[in-house]
Design a binder for this molecule. Sequence first.
Ligand code: CTP
Length: 407
Amino acid sequence: MIETLHKRRVLLVIGGGIAAYKALDLIRRLRERGASVCPVLTAGAQEFVTPLAAAALAGERAHTDLFDRASEAEIGHIKLARQADAVVVAPATANLMASMAGGHAADLATTILLATTLPILLAPAMNVQMWAHPATRRNRAILEGDGIRIVGPNAGRMAEPESGPGRMAEPNEIADALERMLGLQAGDGPLVGRRVLVTSGPTHEPIDPVRYIANRSSGRQGHAIAAAAAAAGAAVTLVSGPVALPDPPGVAVVRVETAREMLAAVEAALPADIAVFAAAVADWRPEHEAGTKKIKKDGTGPAPMSLVENPDILATIARRPAGRPPLVVGFAAETDRVIEHARAKIARKGCDLIVANDVSAEGGVMGGADNAVHVIRRDGAIETWPRLGKDEVARRLVAYFAGLLAD
Ligand code: CTP
């Protein structure tokens, strides 16, 4: 493991939520990358993990009390708030976010967060409804306005039966985001200082708890674009449906399952300078929400299933009245009359550019390692590229996008 956080000191505030157990793994990941970690646990956090466990993994004492005589004599809370390179709050609960947004200093954690002048990274974790609540959205906007960085939350299954954004980002994603915040992953490519959003992979639309509608997208092209954009220096968020690929290095990955989750995650990840919609979103989903019970055979043949259309994520973002990314890129999977269909798609969806690929069975593009694309712009310009590896297509696309932004 390369020590990308060599000699960096991280003050890790652990909030009170079930995701606190993942904060222990985060300590390990940060130390693997060469950082030293000073854990601070809120009272709530101690309901889930013990200061002893945090201290054992950090290899130093964990702090819990504002008025702890021993610790104040040794190192005051103000000093604690200074002697590090960054503060990471994981999990950042709704309550901690509200306290921070309101400037409260009721315990050691919130006092440190108010007293510190260090860069702060939050990894929120909470119930889906709490994350979606207008109060949390307001608090998040205030915190972002204060220059605080946020990583995640991811969509997916949580402790409660509901699913959607609310799950804490994975420890390695948090460590990556920390490196980006500290400028340790800054490349020197053409997209330095730019934010790029990429969707990738298929979506899964549940029929019942065990069955779903899906498609053959592997996510390879979308993931390669995210990796190439990060390598070009951009801050990249990749919103990915279920894929069997590793996370691209230096990219913040938000995992989702359904089209509706993907749209919510995309909206949460804006603003962006470039948005690339490479996901093969399921056009339809079963009309009835998948319950908790498997649909059983009852001898009368297959259960009828009616479908409803999913939101069109690309069109929704391309037609956004405010905050539309300056460059919105769609993909088109076509089996015939590729360019004609792609042109129509630009008009229909309102995007700036379509990357059209021929997915007819002979090509082996879907799920394969190569791609042959046409890049079609709204102003009518077309480029047709030879058959190339998906990584090379990604690099060329990223260079092409950077050129358009620079014009
Ligand atoms: N897309 C999306 N949300 C959807 C459907 C599609 O964001 N619900 C995006 C895809 O990510 C892709 C483009 O729209 O960028 C593809 O458009 P789509 O209309 O689905 O076209 P094709 O898949 O190419 O096929 P068809 O024209 O037959 O629908």
